[in-house]
Design a protein around this ligand. Structure first.
Ligand SMILES: Nc1ncnc2c1ncn2[C@@H]1O[C@H](COP(=O)(O)OP(=O)(O)OP(=O)(O)O)[C@@H](O)[C@H]1O
Ligand SMILES: [Mg+2]
Length: 159
């Protein structure tokens, strides 16, 4: 199955628009769903992940960037959720040691810097690639690619 069967591009005109997309997607997620959040430094990956996580927390709590811890775990209204920032991951094997491979099936996973996963990248993942509009630093362009098995989820987001 192609990983890029479904594809769309969305323009997010403000941080609030990114938050709204994250909240919309959050209502559709279940354990086993993996979102790969790619894009350069400051592209908005953590802003998106934080908004999504906060929308699924029964009791509000801080959602720090997992820059140094690599992984943060949450209990959400949709089930267990892992938020990872793999920028500092040296080797994909470290991801296995962190328990990420197992989390891909048992939790909702939001993964920043997913290129570090190499061959561990789950084939069923949804890819979201963020970039900053060169003409307006409040604007983000996000390209979403999903396998056809995730069509229902994809359609909720791209609608
Ligand atoms: N439309 C937008 N969507 C998301 N964030 C935006 C937008 N416009 C401006 N921003 C700002 O851009 C910054 C994005 O930072 P963020 O930490 O989310 O980036 P990141 O992609 O996680 O970077 P890193 O690779 O360093 O982890 C935030 O300060 C946010 O307020
Ligand atoms: Mg980040």
């Amino acid at each position: 199955m192609s990983r890029e069967t479904l594809r769309t591009e969305i323009t997010l005109h403000s941080p609030e628009a990114t938050t709204a997309l994250a909240q919309r997607l959050g209502t559709q997620l279940a354990p086993g769903d993996v979102l790969l959040l790619s894009g350069g430094i400051g592209a908005g990956k953590t802003h998106f992940a934080r908004s999504l996580i906060q929308s699924l927390l029964e009791i509000p709590e801080d959602v720090p960037s997992p820059t140094f811890t690599l992984v943060q775990e949450y209990e959400t209204t949709a089930g267990p959720l892992w938020h990872a920032d793999l920028y500092r991951l040296g080797d994909p094997l470290e991801a296995v040691e962190l328990g990420l491979e197992e989390a891909f099936t048992s939790a909702i996973c939001l993964i920043e810097w997913p290129d570090r996963l190499g061959d561990l990248t789950p084939q069923s993942a949804i890819q979201m690639d963020f970039s900053t509009d060169p003409d307006d630093e409040q604007v983000r362009l996000v390209t979403i690619c999903a396998p056809s098995a995730k069509r229902a989820l994809f359609e909720k987001v791209s609608a």
